[in-house]
Structure formats: C-alpha cells, structure tokens
Design a protein around this ligand. Structure first.
Ligand code: ADP
Ligand code: MG
Length: 336
C-alpha cells in the first residue's frame, strides 16, 4: 500500500469482478452489456447510443473467466500477513443482488471463495511463524450482521442489538459479541457453517434478508510476546458481504422494506463517502460515525489498515443501471 509519503491514511484498493453471462436471452436478446478489456479496464455500452461504450479503469479488473483462486491471490492474500503483526484489514464485496458477492466471499464447496481461503491462509501463516521470534499466537472469530442499523450476533441468534464502543486507543469494541477461539480450519467451519445456514434459511422467510443486511465475519489474531513483558498485539480481519447496492427506490418498497432500504442506502452511501475521503486524501473529516457499518469498521478501514473493495457486477441488461452506479461508485473510490 502506497501512502504517497506524508499521508497518514492508507487507501482502499478497488477491484471489479464481472461474473459470467447467465441470461438465456435477455428481453431483446442483446447479450452482455459489459465487456472486459484487460486486467485493469472494462467498458459498458452507452445506454443512449449502443454503438458507443463508456470505459472504466480500476486497480484490478477480474474478468468473467477469473477463478476464485485468482481473486484470492491477487486481491486478498497480500494483505493477510499484516494481521499477524497487529495491523487490521478488511475485504468487502459490493454490488447489486445477483452480481456475485456471496459467490466471491463464500463460494461453494466446489469453488470456495475468499472467506474459507483467507481463514485457511491465516492458520497456515501462524503455523509457519518461527518459534524463535518469540510470540505465541491465538486465533478467534466473531460473526455478525447489520440489519436495519442493528448489530446482531450470528453466533448467538437470540441476542439483541449490540452497542459499538471505542476504547482509549481508538480500538472499536462490541461488548457482548460472541468471540470464539478457534484452533483449526475445521474448528472454524464448525461454527461458521451453521451460522451462515441460519442466515440463508431466515432469508427465504424474511424477504431475502441476506441481500438486505451486511454479513461481517471477524477473524482476530492475538499475539503475545513470550519475554517478561508479555506484550500483546491484536490484528483484526473483517470479511464483509455487503447488502445489495441496487436502487431500492425504483422497486416501490413500502413499510418494512422501505425502512430496510433507508438503512441500506445510509450505510452504503456512508461507506462510499468514507472510502472517497480516504482515497482522495483530503484533510476533511472521515464520516465514520454516520452509519453502524462504517463505525464498526472504523479501526480497520483507513489509518494503518489494509483494505480492498471487490465490486461485483453482472453483464445482463437487466442490471444495467445498477451496474452503472456500482461502477461509478468504484471509479469514484479509486485513487486518481
Ligand atoms: P449476490 O450475493 O451478489 O446476490 P451471488 O453470489 O448469489 O450474488 O450470485 C448470483 C448467482 O450467480 C449465483 O447462482 C452464483 O453462483 C452465480 N455466480 C456469481 N458469480 C459467479 C462466477 N464468478 N462464476 C460462476 N457463477 C457465479
Ligand atoms: Mg448474496
């Protein structure tokens, strides 16, 4: 991460991932409306004039052929070593519902995504640490959801909205959040899989709640120095499957859905402002406190933290306007 010399905060890397075309034949049989050009550039057809395209440039562009392994190696693996040294990191999947956020973050048993790969890698990195360096490592996890601006513990489903606090060293804490020490990947799986299933099952009953909440997995690495002082350092890794970025106003939501939409818009809009102010390096206030999502991530986004946002997009025409706004969000977030 380049800080450009005297800037205090690190920037957020912005990657875009285009999923394969899945439309049989779109309404008018148009085929894909987005096309990759190379490893940093893509184009989208101009809505008003289909003979023209609008081009975008990003830190990384992952085309539709990109494998889960390639996404992990290029966008996520490089930041993992930092959390063993007491630094924080975050990985977000952003984009409209149906564009591949959950595929990217979670994946399936055949094609595991960022989450299982990152957790395995953290265990490998700890295992490979040299005894002689004099630190003992411990790995733990929490898993939560932000839904309607409420912080909910997915490892303790009956819990109520949890508070977000900051300690004197500006670390963000969530008192009452379940934290489980895990000793292996299968240990992780044992807690994570049922909690994820809970979330998916609830989603079919509750209007696809999973696309309307932010799912946040926290992996915490604590290291303790064996020497007399027993100095401790904590590194946090947040792996976030964000709520769908589609414009909910267009679909004419009422009541509870309208309230959900307001909460989603608030948190994603605030996230965009936070990323924008971090990446533009302007001296202004970073508006972390304007939403639960950004407040919770405050110590792991910006500052000395290492962050990457993977913007997922879909090539079919029915996603056109959501793709366009996701690309503009990502393009704006990119450092110029
Ligand atoms: P989101 O979480 O953003 O709503 P999903 O991850 O559920 O989207 O993806 C929607 C559908 O597209 C799923 O059936 C998923 O398996 C498929 N999909 C997404 N990305 C890819 C990809 N890169 N390759 C193959 N299938 C994909
Ligand atoms: Mg999803």
């Amino acid at each position: 991460v380049s800080d450009g010399g005297n800037k205090k905060t690190s920037r957020v890397r912005v990657a875009v991932r285009l999923r394969p075309y899945m439309g049989k034949q779109d309404e008018k049989g148009e085929g894909p409306c987005v096309r990759g050009l190379d490893s940093q550039n893509l184009e989208i057809i101009n809505w008003r004039n289909a003979t023209e395209t609008v081009k975008y440039h990003f830190d990384v562009f992952h085309g539709e052929q990109t494998t889960q392994q390639e996404v992990f190696l290029s966008s996520v693996k490089p930041i993992l070593s930092h959390i063993l040294n007491g630094q924080n990191a975050s990985v977000f999947a952003y984009g409209p519902t149906g564009a591949g956020k959950t595929h990217t973050m979670l994946g399936g048993s055949e094609q595991p995504g960022v989450i299982p790969r990152a957790v395995r890698e953290v265990f490998n990195l700890v295992k490979a640490k040299d005894e002689d360096e004099g630190w003992d490592y411990s790995i733990g996890m929490s898993y939560l959801e932000i839904y309607n601006e409420k912080v909910l513990d997915l490892l303790s489903p009956s819990s109520q909205d949890l508070p977000i606090r900051e300690d004197k060293d500006k670390n963000i804490l969530i008192p009452g959040l379940t934290h489980i020490t895990i000793s292996s990947f299968s240990d992780f799986d044992k807690y994570f899989v049922p909690a994820s299933l809970n979330r998916t099952t609830a989603s079919t009953k509750l209007n696809q709640r999973s696309s309307r909440s932010h799912a946040i997995l926290l992996i915490k690495v604590v290291r303790t120095q064996r020497a007399i002082t027993h100095r401790q350092q904590t590194g946090k890794l947040y792996l976030v499957d964000l709520a769908g970025s589609e414009d909910n106003r267009r679909t004419g939501n009422h009541g509870i859905r309208l309230k959900e939409s307001g909460a989603i818009n608030l948190s994603l809009f605030t996230l965009s402002k936070v990323v924008d102010s971090l990446n533009s390096g302007t001296a202004g206030r970073v508006p972390y406190r304007d939403s639960k999502l950004t407040r919770l991530l405050q110590d792991s986004l910006g500052g000395s933290a290492h962050s990457v946002m993977i913007t997922n997009i879909a090539p079919e025409y029915k996603y056109y306007f959501d793709t366009f706004s996701a690309l503009n969000f990502a393009a704006k977030s990119k450092l110029i």
